[in-house]
Design a protein around this ligand. Structure first.
Ligand SMILES: [Zn+2]
Length: 423
């Protein structure tokens, strides 16, 4: 064990230099800049470390265009004595736009006071660097793993992961029967293990009225007035009910252990910057973001009917009211069994490296775990990686170099525990 930890320390400078280079490729999503060169850069590193490398192009994605190709990369390092088990590390290399408020170059990869700055360092290029160099450190320590290591670096996580991990899962790269364990290297503050996330339902409600002259509104039907009633019911009836529901999942922050509803946007009537005419609005609506709990499944029997009931009730009270409801996205909650051997291996390795017992947590939002479980049917999946979760998507995002090194040590020890070594 000491040999591997020393090997990670010895490789740290190379790992940091790799992360700097990776940070300097501004893979901003949307729109999905520079995915191909970034996949190529990561693929070259994997090749240099002995992996069989494959580029997986999501050419069936509507977002895949000549200007913005959706290119993923995966490397496979076969085991010494057997193909199984397979430990798959996955990280996404797309980053959200830099935004305002930076005091350093967001794509400069500058290091100050032991921190590497840049958009995507914490979320989550540091995780990609950590897993690649963790496994290389094992090799340099003269240790051969029995099982197989796979490393994938994927696109579009920030916009749902459909051309990324979902594509890998659909095409059998991450799938039950082949893939034994998946570690998604998203930021988990280096000392926590994330075992899942809540569910999401995005929906659009449209109230339909009838146009009329604004000076004679009694001759029209105002969809905006009706939307007001819907909003009132959401705020004063549904939201308090949701706030009373608590999940047993260890969601962080604890305030997000409740079911919730946020209204993303409202629309209706005439555009605010258009020349105004006296018209009764015949159309108005909202887009809702309902976060639901494991305990609220099945979604089709509980979450959606509750919204339909409320809309029916409001519309029944108003003469001439009519609505339509559209599903925009449904993501079911997932949770890996806390007794999974994967959780145990990473927990024991965190104890070895940091001397602390990691809390198990669940994410308030979703990430690529959903595709691993729902499409790939792989039950043993966690998120673990360097980076302080709260810094994700913030200006002056950074990763502590110490956390980068510690997490690589945890990943190396976990790989040895899960795959075994050749005697
Ligand atoms: Zn992320």
């Amino acid at each position: 064990m000491i040999a591997v930890l020393n090997a990670v320390d010895a490789i740290a400078d190379e790992m940091i230099a790799f992360l700097q280079e990776l940070t300097r490729i501004p893979t901003v999503n949307p729109p999905g800049d520079l995915y191909a060169p970034c996949a190529e850069f990561i693929g070259q590193q994997l090749k240099a470390f002995g992996y069989n490398v494959e580029h997986i192009v999501a050419d069936d994605s509507p977002l895949h265009t000549p200007a913005y190709p959706r290119v993923n990369v995966m490397g496979r390092l076969p085991g010494a004595t057997q193909q199984q088990p397979v430990l798959h590390f996955n990280g996404h290399f797309d980053v959200v736009p830099a935004g305002a408020g930076w005091t350093v170059d967001p794509f400069g990869g500058d290091i100050r006071d032991g921190k590497l700055y840049g958009r995507g360092t914490c979320d989550q290029k540091a995780g990609i660097a950590a897993s690649i160099f963790a496994i290389e450190a094992i090799r340099r320590a003269g240790i051969t793993l029995n099982g197989t290591i796979e490393q994938s670096a994927t696109v579009d996580e920030e916009s749902g992961g459909f051309a990324g991990v979902a594509t890998l899962a659909r095409r059998g790269y991450i799938t039950q029967g082949h893939t034994t364990y998946v570690i998604i290297t998203e930021p988990s503050n280096v000392d926590r293990i994330c075992i899942g996330h809540r569910g999401v339902y995005w929906f659009k409600v449209t109230q339909h009225g009838r146009i009329g002259h604004g000076s004679m509104p009694q001759l029209g039907v105002s969809a905006i007035d009706h939307l007001g009633d819907v909003l009132h019911a959401f705020t004063h009836d549904l939201k308090p009910r949701l706030a009373e529901r608590v999940t047993s999942m260890p969601v962080e922050p604890p305030g997000s252990r409740h079911a919730s509803l946020n209204i993303n946007s409202i629309f209706g009537g005439q555009p605010e910057n258009a020349v105004q005419t006296p018209c009764v609005a015949d159309r108005a609506g909202l887009i809702g973001d309902r976060r639901f709990l494991l305990e609220e499944e099945p979604f089709e029997a509980k979450v959606k009917p509750e919204i339909i009931d409320l809309l029916d009730e409001v519309n029944a009270r108003i003469p001439n009211a009519r609505y339509t409801l559209e599903d925009l996205m449904v993501v079911h909650p997932v949770q890996t069994d806390p007794n999974s051997p994967l959780v145990a291996a990473v927990r024991d390795s965190i104890q070895n490296v940091l001397g602390t017992t990691p809390p198990l947590m669940a994410s308030p939002g979703t990430y690529d775990h959903k595709h691993v479980y729902r499409i790939g049917n792989v039950a043993d999946c966690i998120a673990y990686g360097p980076g302080i979760l709260d810094l994700a998507h913030q200006p002056d995002e950074y990763v502590e170099l110490e956390h980068l090194i510690q997490s690589a040590k945890v990943m190396a020890l976990s790989a040895i525990r899960l795959l075994g070594t050749k005697q």
